[in-house]
Design a protein around this ligand. Structure first.
Ligand code: ADP
Ligand code: MG
Length: 776
């Protein structure tokens, strides 16, 4: 896939001539003038010499100094000028899809070419490249998948791994593999690119590889903390509750956090002591924000303050995610605080946006127009906007965390590290002295972690473990022990156990037929299994919809003041199915119908659905369909109906849900007129208040499957579906005969089913048939 075809002498000369000709063009000359001013340009010859002389090189430099756009380009130009252009193949990995595209586009224009000629990109299910492509940007995930077919990366001459300081799971994983490959590929050049933090760590990992540091040029940035911001903006925080941080009553609010967000920072929990000297306003503001509710009013007031009282220059606002960004967009529009809307250019910037409008983001707006970028931490180091003078930092970022003891995984806004806060602040000083407004008090900053924990240490590892198996890298535990910072043993064990439980690995940790299929799907193994089962059992449509929501996000929105109406809308989709997942399927079907009549906007509005998420789900469904057809589970030429014979059969759909969500099982035990719910890991749980099953006292069927558990004041299961014991017997985990011989057990004895020998034999036979379907 990634291999770039090598060709003849003639082509080498042709490439060089073309490159020289392009250099004459005015646009390329103008670009060159810009490039020459970048700090990276000053180290060009030192860099090229080091690449020639060393197998591994670590380059660090402040964000925006030109690492990503210049260093791969220097290699490309050098190879072409030395008449090796046709034989080189330079790959540069990016953690995010959107930066792979934007950087490839930028370099193409710096070279005066169309995207996809010499420079191209490849991301999951999408690419722009050609036989001429010599420099290819891809996501780290794409390169990892490539390793299945090409474990030695043959044909690649230069590999640049970007943004390694972020310590993403894929990048850390790739580094383990690369360290093993290097001795077998002495001709391969590896260049690691990092922001200034921690470069030594990587150099040590690769046997003291040489490092080059690109000195940055940045202007001083003045910083304000919450107290000053509140005073400057004269913003008064609404008292939302009478409890102060640290009071236990706060837990009663439905914040979705694994821990009390302030005690997360202050182990002693004596928060009042830290508050000495702060105003009530500050306490209230922080209290709200600690409960995961960012005060968008304050963000708005800060923007307004800058626009009214400060000089010109773009404003960059760091928010936690798409929710905040879209809410703030709406708020800015609705309140019209800025007066004439033509004087402002408000641009959202978010990692899951399909593409970005390069010119809008990077170019300077016309005079008298102020650019305001609402971004997630993607603008922290992957994308640099030069004309930013003001940064507003909310202090949090959404990140996954994993609690190995309770097997809880969450994606929540949590406080960023000091390193990130520093990075965000630095974005304001690119072209002139800047200002950074931090919407949290200094005591929070002082309590922040120095660095963020590497992703490998804070996420569930099952997808990674499958990947290790499919690349035949040996025993999972042994392999992961070689990581830069190995994950703890319990997390590794949990992941292996889960893969065994869902039938992807056998007792000896080898891939089963199901496991082999799951490896080829770049998805969480549970979601992959749901898709496979959905196609085998002819309920493809619902499986695609549910998988899309699980892989992306739930489309139901919860407006604070119209919560009851929103709940009713969701309940009416669910009917009497006792299933949030069925509600989702029906909502999507309704949206599709509405879309046919071009009424999808109104449909979303009436039913409290996010239009952006619905559209994203449709795109993802199509991607999943492509993946399934890629591995032969769906033959698109047969049409959709061929896989949907049972799509309206609720029992069947619930069984497929069980196949996908197992071992997320709840037992419903009747206690008088109510039902008590239990899970194996944590015991008693509650239904999440946003679920259609919240408030149901008695369920028709004895079990539930659920998408995830979250821990707040108590432990909730989100998005649940009531299922029968037959669904579990057919699609749950391995069946173990119970000791006294009267039935079967599942989940290590946690679930017990009594059944006659005849019934058990029948179930075993059916399961055998199912296994055969997977072994094709
Ligand atoms: P680094 O990787 O060191 O953070 P980059 O190579 O991404 O730096 O960016 C170098 C410079 O090029 C920055 O000043 C940035 O603003 C500019 N730049 C990058 N991409 C674009 C683009 N698509 N359009 C305009 N300018 C860009
Ligand atoms: Mg970069």
């Amino acid at each position: 896939l990634l291999e770039i075809h090598t060709a003849s002498e003639g082509l080498n000369i042709e490439l060089k001539q073309k490159q020289e000709k392009m250099r004459e063009s005015d646009s390329v000359k103008a670009m060159l003038a810009f490039r020459e001013k970048l700090p990276a340009f000053k180290v060009k010859s030192e860099f090229l010499k080091a690449v020639a002389a060393n197998q591994v090189l670590v380059v660090s430099g402040e964000t925006g100094c030109g690492k990503t756009t210049q260093l791969p380009q220097f290699i490309l130009e050098e190879e072409i000028s030395s008449l090796r252009g046709a034989n080189c193949s330079i790959i540069c990995t990016q953690p995010r899809r959107i930066s792979a595209i934007s950087v490839a586009a930028r370099i193409s224009s710096e070279r005066g070419e169309k995207l996809g000629e010499t420079v191209g990109y490849q991301i999951r299910l999408e690419s722009k490249r050609s036989a001429q492509t010599r420099l290819l940007f891809c996501t780290t995930g794409v390169l990892l998948r490539q390793l299945v077919q090409d474990p030695e990366l043959t044909g690649i001459t230069h590999l640049l791994v970007d943004e390694i300081h972020e310590r993403g799971m894929n990048e850390d994983f790739l580094l383990i593999i690369l360290r093993d490959i290097l001795p077998r590929r002495p001709d391969l050049r590896l260049i690691l690119m990092s922001a200034t933090i921690n470069a030594d760590l990587f150099s040590k990992y690769f046997g003291s590889a040489p490092t080059i540091h690109i000195p940055g040029l940045t202007f001083p940035v003045q910083e304000f903390y919450l107290e000053d911001v509140l005073e400057k903006t004269r913003y008064v925080v609404k008292p939302e509750s009478d409890s102060f941080p640290g009071n236990s009553r706060r837990g009663q609010r439905q914040q979705e956090s694994k821990k009390d967000p302030l005690t997360e920072l202050f182990e002693d929990a004596d928060i009042d002591a830290h508050y000495k000297g702060y105003s009530t306003n500050t306490r209230r503001s922080l209290e709200a924000w600690s409960g995961s509710q960012l005060d968008l009013g304050l963000v708005e007031a800060t923007i307004e303050h800058i626009c009214r009282h400060e000089g010109s220059g773009a404003i960059l606002v760091f928010l936690t995610g798409w929710d905040d960004i879209s809410k703030l967009l709406d708020k800015l529009k609705a309140n019209n605080i800025l007066g004439d809307p033509n004087k402002f250019l408000v641009i959202p910037l978010h990692g899951s946006m399909p593409t970005i409008n390069q010119r809008e983001i990077f170019d300077r707006p016309p005079p008298n127009v102020r650019k305001i970028v609402l971004a997630t931490n993607i603008a922290e180091s992957s994308i640099t906007i030069d004309d930013v003078v003001y940064v507003i930092d909310c202090g949090k970022a959404k990140e996954t965390s994993y609690d190995a003891l309770n097997k809880l995984a969450c994606l929540l806004p949590s406080w960023i590290s000091k390193a990130s806060a520093h990075q965000r602040r630095g974005r304001a000083g690119r072209v002139q002295p800047g200002v950074c407004y931090r919407l949290y008090p200094k005591m929070i900053h002082d309590a922040m972690l120095q660095y963020q924990l590497p992703e490998m240490l804070r996420t569930p590892l099952q997808e990674l473990c499958l990947h290790i198996k499919s690349l035949q890298l040996g025993l999972i535990g042994t392999f992961l022990a070689k990581a830069l910072q190995p994950p703890d043993a319990l997390s590794v064990e949990n992941a292996i156990e889960l893969l065994k439980t869902i039938g992807a690995l056998d007792d000896r940790e080898e891939l089963t037929p199901l496991g082999r299929h799951l490896c080829t799907l770049p998805l969480d193994p549970n979601i992959g299994k749901m898709l496979l089962m959905g196609s085998i059992f002819q309920c493809l449509n619902p499986a695609l919809t549910i998988a899309a929501a699980l892989a992306h996000r739930n489309p139901f929105v919860l407006p604070i003041n119209r919560k009851e109406e929103a709940d009713d809308a969701k309940r009416s989709f669910a009917g009497d199915s006792c299933s949030d997942h069925i509600a989702l399927v029906k909502a999507f079907e309704g949206w599709k119908d509405a879309k046919r009549n071009r009424k999808e906007k109104a449909f979303c509005w009436e039913n409290f659905l996010s239009p952006v998420t619905m559209q994203m789900m449709e795109d993802m469904r199509n991607q999943f369909l492509d993946l399934l057809s890629g591995i032969g589970f769906v033959d698109k030429s047969r049409g959709a109906n061929a896989y949907n014979q049972y799509s309206d059969d609720l029992e069947m759909v619930c069984a497929i849900l069980c196949a996908g969500l197992y071992p997320n099982v709840v037992q419903c035990k009747r206690r008088g007129k109510r039902t008590a719910l239990y899970t194996k890991e944590v015991g008693k749980v509650d239904i999440h208040p946003a679920s259609v099953n919240a408030g149901v006292h008695l369920f028709p069927l004895p079990y539930m499957v659920y998408s995830e558990k979250v821990k707040t004041s108590s432990i909730y299961v989100r998005d649940s579906t009531n299922i029968s014991d037959y669904a579990l017997l057919m699609f749950g985990g391995n069946l173990i005969p119970s000791k006294n011989g009267d039935g079967i057990e599942m989940l290590g004895g946690y679930l017990h089913f009594s059944a006659s020998k005849t019934v058990l034999d029948l179930i075993r036979k059916l399961r055998g048939e199912l296994d055969k379907l997977l072994t094709r």
